[in-house]
Design a protein. Structure first.
Length: 155
């Protein structure tokens, strides 16, 4: 058995070619296949992208939430309280982090600290045990949330 493949650009010619080939071969041996077009990748093909979009909606700061905007920039931009605040505590920033975590409860209702899904907090101590501050490092989900918020102009 031999196989012949014809590439036909004009679909109207298929019937005429089938009719011509049917004079030589039995109709059961003629098979017509159409090329499958690959699906265009959707914007939310990755489950992390869908989750990041939900988080971005939940934490997006409005015009009156300047501290939330500052806290999002800090958390999603790699903040270090020792270097960036010179070791001075900032209760307003701490409260803004709490508000972000509370807003994320819409997406993660059972997490004790939902903000840990987008940033990893590392407390640093000196050799003698003196607290040196906390550094914030983005997770993969946090990077996606940051990108969404930057594109929107929210941070």
């Amino acid at each position: 058995m031999s196989v012949m493949i014809l590439e036909i650009d004009d679909p109207t010619q298929i019937a005429a070619i089938q009719k011509a080939v049917a004079q030589i071969l039995p109709p059961a041996s003629i098979k017509v296949f159409q090329e499958l077009q690959p699906d265009a990748p959707s914007a939310a093909a990755n489950p992390l992208d869908e989750l990041a979009a939900k988080i971005a909606v939940a934490v997006r700061p409005n015009a009156r939430q300047s501290m939330r905007q500052e806290a999002l920039r800090a958390a999603l931009g790699g903040w270090d309280t020792f270097w960036d605040q010179k070791g001075t505590p900032d209760p307003a920033l701490r409260n803004a982090f709490g508000a972000i975590s509370k807003a994320m409860r819409v997406v993660f209702p059972h997490d004790a600290s939902p903000i840990d899904r987008i940033v990893v907090r590392r407390k640093r101590f000196d050799k003698d045990g003196t607290y040196l501050g906390t550094s914030y490092h983005q997770t993969q989900l946090g990077l996606r949330v940051r990108d969404i918020l930057k594109v929107e102009g929210s941070i």
